[in-house]
Write a protein of this length. Sequence first.
Length: 262
Amino acid sequence: MRLRIIGCTGSMSGTTSPSSSYLVEADVVENGVKRTYSLVMDLGSGAMGSLMKYIDPRNIDAIAFSHLHADHCVDIVGMHVYRKWHPDGELPQIPVYSPEDGKARVRGIDGGNVEDEYDTFRFEHVEHGSVFHVGPMTVECFDAWHTIPALAFRITGPSENGDEEVVLVYTGDTDLCDSEIDAARGADLLLCEAAFEDGRDEYRGVHMNGERAGILAREADVKRVVLTHIQPWTNSSVVVEHAKKQYAGPLECAVVDNLYSL
């Protein structure tokens, strides 16, 4: 599997990155031919244009939303327009997985005809315990602790060398909780939000700070951590410093366009 950082700022787009969006791809040989399956996790503000640098939207197999805050889903409208009105004709329907009512959310963002079915997508509701598949990838859903229903995704798929399965976990937006630790256990790569700055943000039940991200990584015994969803006003060096006090393994901040091979 491969993880591409499409957008990694929190709560809004920033000067160097769109807001949350990540492309996960895995290869498989079908009838003697190599086939790449692609899953897009979240589509925040500015993500559509960044995504198109790396994949033709016609080749996306599925979209999964960790939750339906605007900074994670607003560019779904651009994806709909691309798929509905492409000069080559309307593109095949793809699944969109989300907590809550994905279709109602898209309709609200778009502000279009209330009768529009947004039939370029097949909306699927997922919750804690849900499992779905994208080619050779198995996606398990775990509760997050956020201000609205939200999920973490645990993705199991083939390693790049093809000899074993690997695990990628994306926390979504969350504070530290037991279900996130369960989701992350033994992960090869943990893509972990850390929007709050240690010593500054005291709210609970919204986001993690560096310390709590480090605790999550340590308690789940993950192999590598990439911190993401860091807001434009948050000092990433403070977040990293506090995370490293709790977790001794490889740890860095997400940077737009970075590619991680598992």
